[in-house]
Design a protein. Structure first.
Length: 116
């Protein structure tokens, strides 16, 4: 491997770790907004599925990509599960206002290391 390939591999690993930590933090911030833990887990899967590169994003295709036997779990989350949206919005706004500046500073520092 060349030095450039090593740098790209390191950057990808760091980005994956940062994304995993940020996603986990965001999901923990809204965890209390769900009445049941099953709904919380399904919400995390749904958000992850929405971020995947698929042609069509609906409950059927997301369920298939996520390995669910059918769309019923996702449909239940979207139509009938109890969720406190105002609390979730406030929690995410707080999380972003605290973490985003730090994350962006780290992102800029990482790019300056890789460019060298």
């Amino acid at each position: 491997m060349t030095t450039y390939q090593d740098a790209v591999a390191v950057e990808a690993k760091i980005a994956e770790q940062a994304w995993s930590e940020a996603f986990g933090r965001a999901m923990r911030a809204v965890a209390g907004c769900f009445a049941r833990r099953e709904a919380r887990a399904t919400a995390a899967e749904l958000v992850a599925g929405l971020l995947l590169e698929v042609d069509t994003r609906n409950c059927w295709t997301l369920a298939q990509v996520l390995g669910h036997p059918g769309p019923h779990r996702l449909q239940h989350l979207l139509s009938r599960a109890r969720f406190e949206s105002a609390t979730a919005s406030a929690a995410e706004a707080t999380t972003l206002s605290i973490r985003l500046p730090t994350f962006l500073q780290g992102e800029c520092a990482l790019r300056s290391l890789v460019v060298r």
